[in-house]
Ligand binder design. Structure first.
Ligand code: ADP
Ligand code: MG
Length: 258
């Protein structure tokens, strides 16, 4: 699998009111990679996601999945958003099985895959619960199971942990990282949280705002065998501070130029 964005630009509006939101975005995600895109609010992160998801089209440039241009939404890209997107009237199991049923998969197979992916996210015991009976973290795990059950080539995560409390967020970061390392999935994480990106992703792109553009790319080659140790290790903290300064520099530019 190879997802590639080449010279992707996106403007909203026309004529003199046109606003350039993404300026020449270039990056790739290959099979088995966990890549992150970090930027502050309004830098264009969700716009990048929507373009990759095929919910909107670039003004110029190309987005290819295995060499084929993205023309619209498709099952090869699984999405998880910040807002819990579960159907409130369906049980956990029915939420996970929804896409498979829609595709006309036979009932026994839907059941088997649902059980399998509920196990993967550690929620087999909650199969019959409704979303309102689950914590925010658990709901996001159901959303992840649902995305994985559709067997996407790449999992697209747009601030998936953004609505969670700090403690739950930390345990979910560990959960997501373990999930990635166990299953070998391919993931693109979009977040404003630098620490989160560095904890999980092997490659981190920093997105500046107005217009959104990649200003720095880091290969975060860190020992991730113990994420709670990694969080406080000198190597991690100095890399995080270095990139935080880069992000702060960008917001400083904004203050002085406006
Ligand atoms: N459909 C749209 N029409 C006009 N402007 C938009 C639209 N979608 C996003 N924008 C603008 O693009 C910029 C980036 O938005 P977004 O991609 O949501 O950023 P982020 O996800 O990083 O917070 C913002 O200034 C936003 O107002
Ligand atoms: Mg967003």
């Amino acid at each position: 699998m190879n997802l590639s964005l080449t010279n992707v630009c996106k403007s909203f509006g026309r004529g003199s009111s046109a606003k350039l939101v993404l300026d020449n975005i270039n990056f790739q995600v290959n099979s088995g990679e966990f890549v992150a895109l970090v930027g502050s609010s309004g830098s264009g992160k969700s716009t990048v996601m929507r373009l990759i998801a095929g919910l909107d089209t670039p003004s110029s440039g190309s987005i290819l999945m295995d060499g084929v241009p993205v023309k619209g939404p498709g099952p090869d890209r699984g999405m998880v958003f910040q807002r819990y997107s579960l159907y409130p009237w369906m049980t956990t199991a029915d939420n996970v099985g929804f896409g498979m049923r829609l595709k006309g998969m036979a009932k026994p197979e839907v059941q088997e895959r649902t059980n399998y992916f509920l196990n993967v996210v550690g929620l087999a015991y909650a199969a019959d619960k409704l979303p309102k009976e689950l914590s925010g973290g658990m709901q996001q795990r159901v959303a992840i199971a649902r995305a994985l059950a559709a067997d996407p080539k790449v999992l697209l995560l747009d601030e998936p942990l953004g609505a969670l409390d700090l403690q739950i967020r930390e345990s979910m970061q560990e959960f997501l990282y373990q999930l990635w390392s166990r299953t070998g999935l391919t993931a693109l994480l979009i977040t404003h949280d630098l620490e989160e990106a560095l904890l999980m992703a092997q490659r981190v792109h920093i997105l500046a705002s107005n217009p959104g553009r990649i200003v720095r790319t880091v290969e975060a080659d860190l020992d991730r065998s113990n994420l709670s140790h990694l969080r406080v290790s000198p190597e991690f903290l100095s890399l995080r501070e270095d990139l935080a300064q880069c992000l702060r520099g960008l917001s400083q530019e904004l203050v002085t130029s406006s």
